[in-house]
Design a protein around this ligand. Structure first.
Ligand code: NAI
Length: 328
């Protein structure tokens, strides 16, 4: 029988944690045959709540769940980790300046990156969910010089899934027929959900939709601002859909993308598509043999160019700010 895979989840007592942990234990992260050991990391004042979640995980009698450890110390939590889901972050509160937000998160993701560097397993794969996800991933990667940079990723899979759902609702095509949708740039309102390479049942999506104004004025802002719409409706930020996207992201990273299709993920730029090397930006990505590859050679039209550049400019500003603050 297979050795359990160590999955470290930070922010385990939070909303996303509650939606995520049960599904990991049910086999939705790595597959129905892979036992997992959960390592939960929380701040000291939330350890008790995490213990409560662990009681419920116990009560679910998941056949694949090989054990649960709870930590308030990053070094212990990441020791031997194969998969790290960095969910816990410092949220932006009313009146908070960007510098304060980045500093507070630098104080979380820097030490967590260092702990991953010190003790994670050689095959470590890191997904940053906590916002600002791209820049938090950048900070964590910078603090882990011995870990290959391509093991640090930021989540834009929720945006990708939102784009699939919006396009499916508009055209009536099932999501399974939609391929090659891309989210570019930052996981923020500047992101660019791009349909210019997408296909529906093999036909160009833009042709099937036949309404460029809808794409520009409805589709793009609906996807980019969906997080705010969820908060407005639910009174709390998206949690189950975010957890679902985190599972999708890691599942794809381990198991690969289908032939002819790709996914979206925040990955370290190699300079492709004019995105400065080293930034963690969302790209169209294929996966084979557990390795993420930015889809090469796509034609970028003028509209797309402007949208990608605008979101990447925001990432450059965030990177420059964390440099100026001495966080990397
Ligand atoms: P939440 O506030 O319910 O839970 C966050 C948890 O993280 C809390 O239990 C808190 O104690 C914990 N935490 C804070 N600092 C920590 C640290 N240093 N180590 C370990 N745990 C720590 O928040 P929720 O709803 O679970 O969201 C978590 C993050 O995910 C937020 O930053 C949110 O903005 C982000 N998010 C990202 C999405 C994406 O698409 N990339 C989508 C939805 C949310």
């Amino acid at each position: 029988t297979q050795q359990p895979v160590n999955v470290t989840v930070t922010g385990a007592a939070g909303q996303i944690g509650y939606a995520l942990l049960f599904r990991i234990a049910a086999g939705h992260l790595l597959g129905p045959d892979v036992p997992v050991r959960l390592r939960l990391l929380e701040v000291p004042q939330a350890v008790k709540a995490a213990q409560g979640v662990a009681l419920e995980l116990d009560d679910s009698a998941f056949p694949l769940l090989a054990g649960i450890d709870i930590h308030d110390d990053a070094t212990a939590a990441f020791d031997g980790a194969n998969v790290a889901l960095l969910v816990g972050a410092r949220p932006r509160t009313a009146g908070m300046e960007r510098g304060d937000l980045l500093s507070a998160n630098g104080g979380i993701f820097g030490p967590q990156g260092a702990a991953i560097n010190a003790g994670a397993a050689d095959d470590i794969r890191v997904l940053v969910v906590g916002n600002p996800a791209n820049t938090n991933a950048y900070i964590a990667a910078a603090a882990a010089p011995d870990v290959p940079k391509d093991r640090f990723t930021a989540m834009t899979r929720l945006d990708h899934n939102r784009a699939l759902a919006q396009l499916s609702a508009r055209t009536g095509a099932p999501v399974t027929e939609i391929e090659r949708v891309t989210i570019w740039g930052n996981h923020s309102a500047t992101q660019y959900p791009d349909l210019s390479h997408a296909t529906i049942g093999g036909r160009p999506a833009l042709e099937v939709v036949g309404d460029d104004a809808w794409v520009r004025d409805t589709f793009i802002p609906t996807v980019a601002k969906r997080g705010a719409a969820i908060i407005e409706a639910r009174g709390a930020s998206s949690a189950a859909s975010a957890a679902n996207a985190a599972l999708d992201h890691v599942h794809t990273w381990v198991n690969g993308t289908p032939d002819g299709d790709w996914t979206s993920a925040g990955v370290v730029s190699d300079g492709s598509y004019g995105v400065p090397e080293g930034l963690i930006s969302s790209f169209p990505v294929t996966v084979s043999g557990g390795v993420l590859t930015i889809v090469p050679g796509l034609e970028i039209d003028e509209f797309s160019r402007g949208r990608i550049d605008a979101s990447v400019a925001e990432l450059v500003e965030e990177r420059d700010a964390v440099r100026a603050l001495g966080l990397v």
